[in-house]
Design a protein around this ligand. Sequence first.
Ligand code: ACM
Length: 618
Amino acid sequence: MRAVLLFFALAVPALSQLTLLPKPASVQTRPGSLIFGPDARIETNIDEPRIAAATARLTTRLGGPVNLRIHIESPGNPVQSLDEDESYRLETTGHEALITAPNPLGALYALETLLQLLTKTPAGWTAPALVIEDRPRFPWRGLLLDSARHFLPLDVIRRNLDAMAAVKLNVFHWHLSDDQGFRVESKRFPKLHELGSDGDFYSQDQIRGIVQYARDRGIRVVPEFDMPGHSASWLAGYPELAAGPGPFQIVRTWGGYNPALDPANPNVLAFLEAFIGEMAPLFPDQFFHIGGDEVSDHPQTELQARFNRQVHDILAKQGKRMEGWDEVLAPGLPKDALIQSWRGAKSLADAARLGHDGLLSTGFYLDYTEPAAKLYLVNPAGNRTLGAEACMWTEYVSAENLDSRLWPRTAAIAERLWSPAVTRDIPDLYRRVAVIDAELDQLGLRHNVNYRTMLRRLAGSNDTEALQTLTDVLEPGSLRVRHHANPNYTQSTPLDRLVDTARPDSATARQFTAAVDRWLANRADAEANREIARWLTLWVANDAKLRPLAARRPALREAGLVSAALAKLASTALAGKPARPIPVAPIAEVNIAVAPAINKLIVRGYRPAYQSYPRSAQ
Ligand code: ACM
């Protein structure tokens, strides 16, 4: 009996070793595995263009067809909506995968799960035999991308939609206008994009293409046109809509309060009625986001509240539900308006009390560059909370480094929104994040590729080893750090420095910090000690290589300064005497992510293990 149990323990992949992200609601493993043979075919019980496209993508990714049966109970809505059933069942047996879902959306997600289960072996693609029954915790799992502050080309949008689909996010909130840019072609009011965008805008055909691309992946597209504030780019072409005297220009800097549409001017309402009438069919989703945030430093609350009600009614005539940032919440706002919290989760409780559904974005601002572990534990709660959105504002983000600020961290948020609330194991999250990181890389995301490109550009050479050894333990400073360091950033400031290259949530720093924590918990842990000593020695030696390069190359000057600070920390820790911590403020807007752990070693009197070892005789 024991022997039999042992056999099964070896043969059946342990549940804890599956690398699914987000984690499904329920997984039952079975003995054995699925191996797709050469006789593969895909059967679907209904003709559904989204499923046909998704199975074609799967076949391409796997380099050949697979044995797959898909049963969908009903065809789904012509425009994807919030109330569709997204559940699915996926069963893998000896030779085939079976998917059943009430709606095509579930089948799309099941295909993503299947992709995550498959590994290539000499015998072919294989997956553990199992049954997954899965459904999302929240129906609204969004990501905001800000195309206004820095324009994001179509290929950037498309590949990030691919990544969203891979982790079962289902709403692309597209921030399309702000003080710094108006990014959609308007045929009714062409001066919006002509004078508001520097030529960087999406044509209506391109918008339709993105909406279709998203639909094919089970993703809704909710446009945001921010009003009445954050609207300087509208006023560049239509100054007569402003609350004050013009002329107006696109704003090139960040923050601050800029001119607004005049909420009391009937011509503004007439303009918006025509504009929304043009945009409503272009964005078929039921929801339409009107922004409404940060209108003025002297809020005229009743004025804005009336404006919001009027815009609500314009949208309702187009069959749309209004959505706005939490500033729009006021008594008298029609109850079907959806409130998106960004200033504090309390606004969702306030919204619910007034009868509104809500979305949480407080805590999910990706531009604050917080680690996945922190984002992961932000928990949307409340009886009228439809879900949440991660927000990627692009003041300090370019098309080149966008992916590295989104991925893999956003996968942690995706799991928070999909998986049961009890899923909270941080080490297991990071284990699976490392896998999804590589999968997204395969899918064409550029968080890794562009990191290396940016390192080569800084180094001015293909030899980036020393620079990468440094940059791997750095993280970009927070939004606050960046703004304080340089309030003169503009839209055309190149984002190609060390701080733009460094990535949030350094994996190397996490690994080093874990070794430090192991050693602090047990000073006799020789393996942890040796790992620590190897890293510290590496950083000191790396500084000796990097600083001469930095002295010759202006693009590396900041790297030289940061490297010197890291080397000082590392050599102090290696000196083996307890000392005061070395204060480390951000240098060149960059944080040394290993500094807190090194300072713990310094304070606690770390002694490197190698000091007690004899030198090797050579
Ligand atoms: C916002 O961040 N102003 C919504």
